[in-house]
Design a protein around this ligand. Sequence first.
Ligand code: 11C
Length: 347
Amino acid sequence: MVNVGILGATGMVGQRFIELLADHPKFEITALTASARSAGKRYEDAATWYLDSSIPESVKDITVVDTDPKETKDVDIVFSALPADTAAIVEPKFAKSCIVASNASAMRMEPDVPLVIPEVNPEHLDLVEIQQKNRGWDGFIVTNPNCSTIALTLTLKPLYDQYNIKRVYVSTMQAVSGAGYNGVPSMAIVDNLVPFIGGEEEKMESETLHLLGEFDGESVVPAPFGLSASCHRVAVVDGHTEAVFIEMEDDLEIEDVKNQMGNFKGLPQKLDLHSAPKNPVVIREEENRPQPRMDRNADNGMAVTVGRLRKDAAFDNSLRYVLVGHNTIRGAAGASILNAELISEIM
Ligand code: 11C
């Protein structure tokens, strides 16, 4: 077993890490960190558990420590659920000696830090060598994208491989858990919608093109199409919904698009990663799907569900669809864990 730690273990994403790692066949949680207020307490006493599942027995008695590498010796991988400002300071300290699989946005666009979705761009992990050389670290940082970006990019990748994409518009309807809130108290948003999520549109626009970009041996050259995002918070507990509009350079057949997405695997067959979904994109034909409550847990929350896939009659060579992805599983903790599983297999 590989010893792993979770940085920021008491928050919403930290709890997802615990839930997903509790019975992991290769990773064993041996360290949990949080702010100084929680340090020294048993995990069960330090955390207000938000999830529907109960706190796994194996972590209840772990003593929470400060988020400091001196406190987490003997850990090979740390998963970071830290807020971006803390992550920017703390993650480099951990990366001196261990692998940091980060969900935080702080280091994602650093030119020598891989931003990876295993099914989309595993080859970007080659940046690790450059990172270690640049920074003199024995460990390294690998990041996963923002939750809305992951769901969108998993659906764009099979299309990008097959067609010349000209431009993409996306309008999101994002769950409150994305803001780190527990569902019930934050349902003050019921009967309302917030038409702004700070930094989200910029992240979707830059991260998506970076993920689909080519690593030329030195750096990543972003994919060459236009992408415009409008992001909104809605009264849903978990599961981000996105309405996607794509214009291609050439004509397309909807059946072919469905086949490309539905049969997309991404990972080489010989790689059997524990958390990988069987099919990263699940296609639904019903007119009223996907819906967050019905579809966010597809393949343990690791698959993105696409529905309402249709030609866009308003423009030439265009299509539109709606997707739902679990924002704290596929879009956060599950994404970092899948990155760590990939690293364990291939590096
Ligand atoms: C939200 N997507 O729903 C955000 C949360 O860059 O990892 C995740 C922010 C990030 O508000």
